[in-house]
Design a protein around this ligand. Structure first.
Ligand code: COA
Length: 160
C-alpha cells in the first residue's frame, strides 16, 4: 500500500490544492493531507478551521485522510509510514524553494521521495494570500475555492 502525504498551511485550501490532491489520489493508495501548524505564518484561520474546511471540501473524495502536524514534515511522514511527500509546482518561481526543501528533506530522510505534481494551468496564479485578500475586500472567490471555503471566508469577514 503506497501512502503519501501532502503538507501545507492551507489557510485556506484552494481549488489549486484540491486539483493536486485529486491527481495524487489517482496515483497512490492513500493521500494524507496534513495541515502544518506553521508558527512561521500568521494564519487567518485556526488549525481547527483549516482542517474543517478541508474535511468539508474533500468529503466526496476516497483514499484521503486529513490530519495535522507540528515539527518536521519528514518526521511526520515517517510516523505515518508514508513513502513520499507530494508538492505542487505551479510555475518556475516555485522551483527554487521547492528544490531546496526537497533536497533538505531527502538529506534528513533518504527513503522519503518528494513527488512534484502540476496543477491545471488555470490554477497556476492562485495562492491562499490572494484568496484572503480578495475575500477581505468582498470580491467573489467562488471560482477559486470550494463552496465551504467561500462560505467560511464570508463569515470571517462578516459579509452577507
Ligand atoms: N494551488 C494553490 N495555491 C497553492 C498551491 C496550489 N497547488 N500550492 C501551494 N499554494 C500556495 C499556498 O496556499 C501558499 O499560499 P500563501 O503563502 O499565500 O499562504 C503558498 O502557495 C506557499 O505554499 P507552500 O509552499 O505549500 O507552503 P505552505 O506554507 O502551505 O507549506 C510546509 C509549507 C508546511 C509544507 C513547509 O514549511 C514544511 O514542511 N514545514 C514543516 C517544517 C519542516 O519540515 N521544515 C523543513 C523543510 S526543509
Amino acid at each position: 500500500m503506497k501512502k503519501v502525504i501532502y503538507p501545507g498551511t492551507f489557510d485556506p485550501v484552494t481549488n489549486g490544492h484540491i486539483d493536486i490532491i485529486k491527481r495524487a489520489s489517482e496515483l497512490f493508495d492513500e493521500v494524507i493531507v496534513t495541515v502544518a501548524k506553521n508558527p512561521s505564518k500568521t494564519c487567518l484561520f485556526s488549525l481547527e478551521e483549516r482542517i474543517q474546511m478541508l474535511e468539508e471540501s474533500l468529503k466526496d473524495f476516497t483514499r484521503i485522510k486529513i490530519d495535522s502536524f507540528d515539527g518536521l514534515v519528514v518526521d511526520h511522514a515517517k510516523q505515518l509510514g508514508a513513502v513520499g511527500i507530494i508538492r505542487g509546482l505551479r510555475a518556475i518561481s516555485d522551483f527554487e524553494y521547492e528544490f531546496q526543501m526537497a533536497l533538505m528533506n531527502r538529506k534528513l530522510s533518504d527513503g522519503l521521495t518528494t513527488i512534484f505534481l502540476m496543477p491545471h494551468e488555470k490554477y497556476t496564479y492562485l495562492n491562499s494570500t490572494i484568496i484572503r485578500n480578495l475575500a477581505q475586500f468582498n470580491s467573489d472567490v467562488s471560482d477559486f475555492v470550494p463552496p465551504p471555503v467561500a462560505k467560511k471566508l464570508k463569515e470571517k469577514f462578516n459579509q452577507q
